[in-house]
Design a binder for this molecule. Structure first.
Ligand SMILES: Nc1ncnc2c1ncn2[C@@H]1O[C@H](COP(=O)(O)OP(=O)(O)OP(=O)(O)O)[C@@H](O)[C@H]1O
Length: 326
C-alpha cells in the first residue's frame, strides 16, 4: 500500500520589489494532504488548474521532496530512501515530454531501461513485450518525431512500465488524444490495475474518464483535501436533486392542473413550458422520479414523445462543489 500522510509542499518565489531588492513569497502548493493507494486500485486526484495535483504526483514519485509529511510505499519510507522507491514507482505525463524525439521507440525504452539497471536480454525482451503491449510493433524502429500524438502517448505508457512498477502515477494521460485512442488507453490503464495488480493514481480533466476508471476519488482545492470517496458516493453527497424532462404533444389545462397537484404531493417540483416539440414539463426532486411519474402518466393516458431522466454524474458534482466554494 502507498500511504501519504499530512503532505505539505511550499515553493519559495523571489519577486522583484523595486530596483534592487527582491521579496520572498511562499506558495503553498500542497497543504496537509493525506491519501492511500492500494495495489489493484485506481485513485483519481481531481482539482482545478493549480490545485496541486502535479506537485503531489512529483512528491509521490520522489522527484520532489515534501516540505513536511510522510510517504511510505509497502512499508518503505519514500522520503528517507528514495532510491529504493524509484524501482517501485513510475510516472506518466500527458503531452509530449519525457521522450527523445530522434530515437526510436525501442531506443527510448532501452535508454530508460538502462537507467533502472536493466540490461542484456532481459532489457531487450522487456522492450519488445512493452512495444507489443502498446501496439507499436510495426513502428518500433521509427524515430519518435515521426509518430502521431496517440503513438507518442502509447510509448509514454510503455516507458512508464519499463521498471515494472507496483505503483503508477498518470498525469493527464489522455490529454489531447482522439476519442478512440483515449479509449484504448483507458482499457490499458484498467487492465494494469485489475489484471496486473498495479496501484494507479490518475489525474484527468476528463471527468467521464475518472468516473469510468476510478475506484476512489480525492478532490483537492489549493492543495487541500476537500472530499474523498467513491465517485458514486461523491455524486450522492453533493448532487441531491434529480431531474426529469418529458415532452407531450399536448397537455390541456385540466391535465396540467391535475399533474401539478399530484407531483406536488410527491415532493416533485414541476414546471410547464410550450416548445416547438410540444408541451415540455421539467421536474426536479431529491429521488428518482421515473416510476412515480410513469404511473401518473398512465392514469391519465398522457402520450409522451420524449422522456429524459438524467442521472447526475461526477461533472455535475464537481461543478456544484466549485459553485459552493466560489
Ligand atoms: N516550480 C514551481 N515553482 C513555484 N510555484 C510552483 C511550481 N510548480 C507549481 N507551482 C505552483 O504550485 C501550485 C500547484 O501547482 P500544480 O502544478 O501542482 O497544480 P495542478 O493541480 O497540477 O495544476 P494543472 O491542472 O494546471 O496542471 C500552483 O499555484 C503553481 O503555480
Amino acid at each position: 500500500m502507498l500511504e501519504a500522510k499530512h503532505l505539505h509542499k511550499s515553493y519559495t518565489l523571489k519577486e522583484k520589489n523595486g530596483w534592487l531588492s527582491r521579496r520572498k513569497q511562499q506558495i503553498k502548493a500542497v497543504n496537509d494532504l493525506s491519501l492511500t493507494i492500494e495495489k489493484g486500485e485506481i485513485i483519481g486526484l481531481l482539482g482545478v488548474n493549480g490545485a496541486g495535483k502535479t506537485t503531489t504526483i512529483k512528491m509521490l514519485s520522489t522527484l520532489l521532496a515534501p516540505t513536511s509529511g510522510t510517504i511510505s510505499i509497502d512499508g518503505i519510507n519514500a522520503v528517507k530512501q528514495p532510491e529504493l522507491i524509484k524501482r517501485r514507482v513510475n510516472m506518466i505525463a500527458g503531452g509530449e515530454r519525457m521522450l527523445y524525439w530522434r530515437l526510436s521507440a525501442r531506443e527510448n525504452l532501452m535508454y530508460f531501461g538502462r537507467l533502472y539497471g536493466l540490461n542484456g536480454n532481459t532489457l531487450k525482451q522487456r522492450c519488445r513485450a512493452l512495444i507489443d503491449k502498446v501496439g507499436l510493433t510495426e513502428f518500433a524502429d521509427r524515430p519518435v518525431e515521426r509518430y502521431s500524438k496517440g503513438m507518442k502517448q502509447r510509448l509514454q505508457i510503455a516507458r512508464g512500465l519499463i521498471n515494472d512498477p507496483d505503483y503508477l502515477f498518470l498525469d493527464e494521460p489522455t490529454l489531447g488524444l482522439d476519442a478512440p485512442v483515449a479509449r484504448q488507453l483507458r482499457v490499458l490503464v484498467k487492465s494494469l490495475a485489475k489484471e496486473k495488480n498495479k496501484g494507479i493514481l490518475l489525474t484527468s480533466h476528463y471527468l467521464e474518464e475518472v468516473e469510468e476508471l476510478c475506484d476512489h476519488v480525492s478532490i483537492i482545492e489549493k492543495g487541500h483535501l476537500l472530499l474523498q470517496g467513491t465517485p458514486r458516493r461523491i455524486i450522492q453527497t453533493i448532487v441531491k436533486d434529480r431531474s426529469l424532462i418529458v415532452v407531450m404533444k399536448t397537455l390541456d389545462k385540466e391535465n396540467w392542473h391535475w399533474l401539478k397537484q399530484e407531483t406536488d404531493k410527491l415532493g416533485i417540483h414541476a414546471q410547464k413550458k410550450e416548445t416547438n416539440e410540444g408541451t415540455r414539463v421539467d421536474m426536479k426532486a431529491t429521488f428518482d422520479m421515473t416510476s412515480s411519474f410513469l404511473a401518473l402518466a398512465q392514469k391519465r393516458n398522457l402520450q409522451l414523445i420524449r422522456f429524459d431522466a438524467k442521472k447526475p454524474n461526477l461533472e455535475d458534482a464537481i461543478i456544484r462543489l466549485t459553485e459552493v466554494h466560489d
